[in-house]
Design a protein around this ligand. Structure first.
Ligand code: ATP
Length: 127
């Protein structure tokens, strides 16, 4: 690829990143659950660093929950747009998207307990 072409794809990448950031900022502003999950992730990552526990499973679990909450927000927005009146299929779409977040959150709690539980317990035992 020539330099003009690569400059253009960087510009496109930055533009897409800007749209993605707008999606994150909108969810953070409008979705209380997304705010709670964001701060829970910050806490889990800080605890992971402090305990020197493995970062990858915690980072992956946090990313999965936050990503699915963003998808849930997207599903809610599309459903409200195309089906402002109650419809059984609209309900199915919203319920399934919410269930995906719930399932990921339960998995993240299990991962958190399995990875952070033993070093946290060892630290508490030393007190
Ligand atoms: N257009 C609709 N048709 C049928 N059922 C709906 C519709 N909109 C919402 N529901 C039902 O109400 C539930 C709650 O919907 P709502 O849009 O309030 O989402 P929520 O989970 O409260 O999201 P949030 O609080 O993040 O906005 C849905 O899970 C679904 O069961």
């Amino acid at each position: 690829m020539n330099s003009a072409g690569s400059a253009l794809s960087w510009k496109r990448w930055w533009r897409s990143a800007g749209f993605a950031w707008a999606g994150i900022a909108h969810s953070y502003r409008t979705q209380p659950n997304f705010r709670i999950e964001t701060w829970a992730a910050v806490l889990a990552l800080a605890l992971t660093a402090w305990l020197r526990a493995p970062l990858a499973p915690i980072a992956l679990a946090c990313a999965l929950v936050l990503a699915l909450e963003l998808v849930n927000t997207a599903v809610e927005a599309v459903v409200d747009l195309v089906s402002p009146e109650p419809h059984p299929l609209a309900g199915v779409a919203k319920d399934a998207a919410a269930a995906a977040v719930l399932l990921a959150s339960l998995g993240a709690v299990v991962v958190g307990l399995a990875v952070l539980g033993p070093p946290l317990w060892a630290w508490v035992s030393r007190l």
